[in-house]
Each structure stands twice: as structure tokens, then as C-alpha cells.
Design a protein around this ligand. Sequence first.
Ligand SMILES: C[S@@+](CC[C@H](N)C(=O)[O-])C[C@H]1O[C@@H](n2cnc3c(N)ncnc32)[C@H](O)[C@@H]1O
Length: 208
Amino acid sequence: MSLLSKFFSNTRKPEGFFGRMMVNGMNGGGHARLAEWGLAEVVIAENASVLDVGCGGGANIARLLKRAPQGSVTGIDYSPVSVKKSREVNAKAISADRCQVLEGSADALPFEEASFDLVTAFETVYFWPEIEKCFAGVRRTLKEGGCFVIVNEDDGISGNNVKWEKMIEGMHTYTPDELRTHLAAAGFRDITVRCDKQRHWLCVTATK
Ligand SMILES: C[S@@+](CC[C@H](N)C(=O)[O-])C[C@H]1O[C@@H](n2cnc3c(N)ncnc32)[C@H](O)[C@@H]1O
């Protein structure tokens, strides 16, 4: 594996020194702009109960806490480096009992059925194993009428995706049609796709 490949594998699972650098980086810059764009048209109730899967460095947990000031946000990530950073970034909300961050994987979400109004996944579904099983697990944790939001900075047709998939083992950049198919197979309805065609950004919403 090349050094570059090794470095960028920290996007899939941040580990060690470079993983810590990666989560710091992901909390600002392009990821922040993408998340703002993705969330701009998502309706979030003030008292919403939200789950952010693959929460990385926790900046989106903080963003969601602001959008749901009377609600709560749970983050989950299978990287201990991500979990630690998310807990640091959201320490105040954790003390106030409005936030928790767990270590765990998208294919085995440790939550009761119908726990959340909203589940978000920013820049992470590319790495999930058995995507339909993961989507079915997300659906199970949603309340009836709850919404799943996927935000990706590559729509699978940018051309750049080929380079990234070669660089990062196990990565798959889904096209809008692929996401529609997998979400429908997992039982979601009312699937909508919003694209920024210039930047090849993608925001997909799906309802339980
Ligand atoms: C590119 S980072 C994005 C982090 C954050 N969502 C953001 O937008 O800044 C991908 C994150 O997803 C996590 N991740 C990847 N696969 C996962 C899985 N199967 N279960 C839980 N977390 C996963 C990684 O550990 C990493 O923290």
C-alpha cells in the first residue's frame, strides 16, 4: 500500500496520529461547507432526537444540536479516534445530557427500534459494509415517518470517484440511482435526491 493510500485510509477509519489529524481536518473546511449545504433543506424539529452515524470528529453533532435546541443528538462511529474527538467537541452537551457518543458500527446499530426522528450520515456510507443491511438497520432505529439523510461530496459520476476508490480500499462512491435502489430495497419510501451538479455533491433523503 502506498504512503498516500495509507494516509487516506484514515478517511475510512481514523487511526493513530494521522487519524487524529484527519478528524481535526474533517471538522472544518470542505466537510463543514458540505454539511451546511446538505442540512440547509432538512427540516429538524426543535425537540428532535437525532442519530449521526459515522460521526467522525463530531462537528456535525454540534451542528445538529444547534438545530434541535430542545432535543438530543447521539453520535456513533467505529473509530475510537473519532469517538474521542466527538466527545471532546461536544463535551458541554454531553454534560448537559443532550448528547452521547458511542463506539459501534453502522451494520450493528445498538439502539431500540423507533428511537430517532432523524438519522444522518455525512461522508460515510461509502465505507459501510453490506449497504442494504446497514440501511435496514437505520430504518429500524427510526420512528414511523422519521427521515434518513445521506450527504456525500461525490455523486459517483464526478470522475474523481475512480481515483478515490483506487486510493481507499473498500470505498464505493454511490450514484443517486444506486442509493435510491438500496434505500428502496431496505424499505424506505419518498426518496428524494438533491444534487449540486457543479461540485458533484449529493443529498439524499428517505422516509420510514
Ligand atoms: C470521511 S469520515 C466523515 C466523518 C463525519 N461524518 C464528517 O462528515 O466529517 C467517515 C467516518 O465514518 C466512520 N465510519 C466508516 N465506516 C463506518 C462504519 N461501518 N460504522 C461506523 N462508522 C464508520 C469512520 O470511522 C469515519 O469517522
